[in-house]
Every structure is written in structure tokens, then in C-alpha cells.
Design a protein around this ligand. Structure first.
Ligand code: NAP
Length: 233
């Protein structure tokens, strides 16, 4: 049985990833910073849940310990938990805002990945999927012809750019192992993150993460992908 942990899976795209992986037969673990919200989501999915605040070293360690005790290994880790905060312009964005965004979107991913790696190494086909964003693409952000050129969100955009490099770094370290590490772009989805302004559904956004979570041995690693294929870094 394939075991999958999805962080921030109590709602939004993470919940959809959990639902789709469960429907494909995976044994799903809903990671949620609020234990009760996680329990309710897991109940609806017929899954298990674990309290997991990606910004808390204690919570991350105890989640890894619990998964070790309950499952003994992990096949799929989807680093989905994320927050979007910012200011009106880069120079008017409080440093604390950027720090908080990085704590979740970057350092949280590193902490969870490091804690879960010993469990992923026990899998015959470990997969790590980092939920990135097209707005983190340096190439698109710098291209006046790109639809994202007008965006200038220091905290969130740069956190996803950093996450892309985090993805490449782990993919390189794990290149000689069965573990594949990729970044996924869900596209602009209507969720609480953006006040439900996205033009895609969470279900559509989850599909690329599910595909990368279920890659076979011939699949890519160290890639930045969306439904249509690779995105520019
Ligand atoms: P969402 O509906 O706001 O859900 C975010 C999830 O992350 C929630 O479960 C939230 O938990 C959880 N979370 C936040 N901080 C956490 C922490 N410290 N520890 C554990 N969980 C935490 O957002 P979403 O749109 O589904 O976003 C999911 C991912 O996709 C994010 O990484 C986001 O950056 C990325 N993404 C989204 C879009 C989009 O258009 N929606 C586009 C590109 C990328 P609570 O319920 O407790 O707050």
C-alpha cells in the first residue's frame, strides 16, 4: 500500500490532493496544523490525520515519529502547506511578513523534508512534490511579455522561487536514490489563499501534484511542471 503525507491537507488544493490520492488507493495521511480540522478532513476522506505545523520543529518531529510508528515508511510527501502574505510594494512590505512567509513556504518545506527523508528512503519509489507557483518563475517575472510581469509580490513570489531551488538541491542530493523530487504549479485556483479569485478549481490544481506523486521510475526529477509540461525556472 502506498502511503502519502500531504501537508496543509485540511482544505484547498491539499485536501484535493489527499482526496485524489486516496481515490487511487493510497493510504493518505492528512497533515494539518489544527488537529481538529485535520481530523474532520481525514474523516471525510476515510484517511488518517496527524497534527503538523510546518513551522514548529516539535510538531514536525512528533509527526515523523508518529508516521514511523504507525506506517514504518513513507512513499509520498507533498509539501503543500503554504501562505500568501505581502505588502503594497517590495519596499513597503514589512520584513516580518516576508520572514513569516519564508518560515512556512521555504523553511517549513526543508524541515518537513528532512524529518520525513528517513521514512522516504525506506520506500522502493519515494516521491516528493513541492507545491510551487508560476509566480515564482524568475524567467516569467522578468519577461515584459509574460502575463506575470505586472506582479511584484516580494514575500510570496520570492518564497516560491526559493522553493524551486530547494527542489533542485534535494533532487541532486537524491539523484542516485529511487526518490524523485519535483515542483508543481497548480495554476491560479479558487481557494482561501486568494479569496477564491482563481479561475481554476482546487481539483484541477491538485492534478499535477497527484501526477508527480505517482510518477513511475522513468519520470523526471528536479523539474518544475504543470499540466501542460515544464515551466521556465
Ligand atoms: P489554502 O486553501 O489557503 O490552504 C493552505 C493550507 O496550508 C491550509 O491547510 C493551511 O492550514 C495550511 N497551512 C498554512 N500554514 C501552515 C503551517 N504552518 N503548517 C501546516 N499547514 C499550514 O491554499 P491553497 O490555495 O490550497 O494552497 C496550497 C498550496 O498551493 C500552497 O503552497 C500555495 O502557495 C500553492 N499555490 C496555490 C495557488 C492558488 O492559486 N491557490 C497557486 C499556486 C500555488 P489552515 O487551514 O490551518 O490555515
Amino acid at each position: 500500500m502506498t502511503t502519502a503525507l500531504i501537508t496543509g491537507a485540511n482544505k484547498g488544493i491539499g485536501y484535493e490532493i489527499a482526496r485524489q490520492l486516496a481515490s487511487r488507493g493510497a493510504s493518505v495521511i492528512v497533515g494539518a496544523r489544527d488537529a481538529e480540522r485535520g481530523r474532520r478532513a481525514a474523516e471525510a476522506l476515510g484517511a488518517r490525520s496527524v497534527q503538523l505545523d510546518v513551522t514548529s520543529a516539535e510538531s514536525v518531529a512528533s509527526a515523523a515519529k508518529w508516521i514511523d510508528e504507525e506506517f514504518g515508511a513513507l512513499d509520498i510527501l507533498v509539501n503543500n502547506a503554504g501562505i500568501a502574505q505581502g505588502g503594497p510594494t517590495p519596499s513597503r512590505t514589512p520584513l516580518e511578513t516576508t520572514r513569516a512567509v519564508y518560515e512556512t513556504n521555504v523553511f517549513g518545506v526543508i524541515a518537513v523534508t528532512n524529518a520525513m527523508l528517513p521514512l522516504l528512503r525506506r520506500s522502493a519509489a519515494g516521491r516528493i512534490v513541492n507545491m510551487s507557483s508560476e509566480v515564482g518563475s524568475l524567467e516569467m517575472a522578468a519577461d515584459p511579455d509574460s502575463p506575470f510581469y505586472f506582479l511584484n509580490g516580494l514575500s510570496y513570489q520570492s518564497s516560491k522561487t526559493a522553493l524551486n531551488m530547494v527542489t533542485v538541491c534535494y533532487a541532486k542530493e537524491l539523484a542516485e536514490t529511487p526518490i524523485k523530487v519535483n515542483a508543481a504549479n497548480p495554476g491560479y485556483c479558487a481557494t482561501d489563499l486568494n479569496g477564491h479569485t482563481g479561475h481554476r478549481t482546487a481539483e484541477q490544481g491538485a492534478a499535477i501534484a497527484v501526477r508527480l506523486a505517482l510518477l513511475d521510475d522513468t519520470g523526471p526529477t528536479g523539474a518544475f511542471l504543470q499540466d501542460e509540461g515544464a515551466l521556465p525556472w
